[in-house]
Design a protein around this ligand. Structure first.
Ligand code: SF4
Length: 182
């Protein structure tokens, strides 16, 4: 099974979300979020179209790859839940390695807060990625959806209503929203 970047990202955020995504169950994100993300990719670094390449390998799609420097650039709106973004980028690096690219590195970029984070792969990361892949394979083949996780960021998830609002429209109690979701 070829994994996508979202499989890796969601595995590190919520196993239920991973399962729902893999099962093809999706809900439209709010128009504002989608528009914001698209605009960010189009306008954050306008000079990129010429310098960098889009790469599609196995299940992954890298929007900005610098073949000369062997650097994957990943743009994110927010650095909340950064561990999942780092894992996603590390997975991209591992896929590149598997296709013969030596020592690729990554840059997580947050244009809204003018911050970048360098991401590399260690042997421990490579071993961890093997474990993620095995765990994801098991999770997505579960016969039923894993339980809700009751995290504050659930309110920003596209599955929020599916997970927490009953058919009668009654919302369950959640902890106060303290972090913005990706
Ligand atoms: S709303 Fe929360 S429990 Fe439901 S899929 Fe999203 S993150 Fe997981």
């Amino acid at each position: 099974m070829h994994l996508t970047g979202k499989h890796i990202n969601y595995y590190h955020i919520c196993h239920r979300k991973l399962w729902l995504f893999h099962s093809g169950i999706s809900f439209q994100q709010t128009h504002a979020n989608v528009a914001d993300g698209t605009l960010l990719h189009e306008t954050a670094y306008p000079q990129r179209a010429k310098r960098y390449r889009e790469v599609q390998l196995d299940g992954i799609k890298i929007d900005f790859y610098d073949p000369q420097e062997r650097v994957v650039h990943e743009i994110k709106r927010s650095n909340k839940l950064e561990h999942a973004s780092i894992a996603q980028l590390q997975y991209y690096l591992r896929v590149l390695e598997r296709h013969g690219i030596e020592n690729p590195t990554g840059l997580l970029e947050y244009p809204k807060i003018r911050r970048t984070e360098r991401v590399v792969l260690t042997d421990a990361d490579r071993a961890a990625i093997e474990q993620w892949e095995a765990a994801i394979e098991q999770l997505v083949n579960l016969p039923s959806c894993p339980p809700v996780i009751n995290k504050p960021f659930c309110k920003q998830c596209s599955y929020y209503e599916f997970c927490y609002v009953s058919e009668a429209g009654v919302e369950l109690d959640l902890p106060p929203l303290s972090v913005a979701y990706l």
